[in-house]
Write a protein that binds this ligand. Structure first.
Ligand code: HEC
Length: 148
């Protein structure tokens, strides 16, 4: 999802550079472009830096934080979204949906309070940590987890 705002930049850049290759494009126009394009790119980057963290679901840092928290607190039993203790209760989309765990919030509830043989992690992760790790797990489940 975080990729979405980047697409306009990718689409824009070729449009801005198009004129340069054409023989009809005068020198002044080319140098004008050379001066303006880096400015535009810089502005876009600054805009993205300001806009991205402002939207909770899209925060890149949150997802990276979720990955690290997962590595430290969950991967011991759930390596690559599996489950070394109860083989059927994995974090893969099909298994989660079978248990009715089909949202970030449902995963967060389990991460916080635990379920069956799994203890809760709210006291370790805090509310924010639980949210970040749940967001990452849900994203990975939908993306199919890395194989291995
Ligand atoms: C000590 C091993 C262990 C650790 C560490 C662990 N889990 Fe689990 N997890 C389990 C077990 C066992 C189950 C199955 C529980 C049951 O239903 O009896 C489970 C189930 C789950 C489920 C439900 C899966 C399903 O298919 O129903 C989710 C979601 C989950 N864990 C998330 C997490 C998250 C997020 C973390 C890290 C904060 C974590 N777990 C850490 C052992 C662990």
């Amino acid at each position: 999802m975080a990729v979405l705002p980047v697409i306009p930049c990718g689409a824009l850049a070729p449009m801005l550079f198009q004129g340069q290759g054409e023989p009809s494009a005068g020198r002044s126009r080319a140098s004008w472009l050379r001066r303006v394009v880096p400015l535009l790119v810089m502005l876009l980057v600054m805009l993205l830096l300001v806009v991205l963290p402002a939207r909770p679901g899209f925060a890149l840092a949150e997802h990276q934080g979720g990955a690290v928290l997962f590595e430290n607190h969950c991967a011991g039993c759930h390596l690559n979204g599996g489950n070394i203790i109860r083989r059927g209760k994995t974090l893969k989309l099909a298994a989660l949906e079978r248990q009715g765990v089909n949202s970030e919030q449902a995963i967060a509830a389990i991460a916080a309070a635990g379920i069956g043989q799994m203890g809760g992690y709210e006291s370790v992760l805090g509310e924010e940590g639980v949210g970040a790790v749940a967001a990452w797990v849900w994203q990975q489940a939908q993306a199919g987890w890395p194989r291995g």
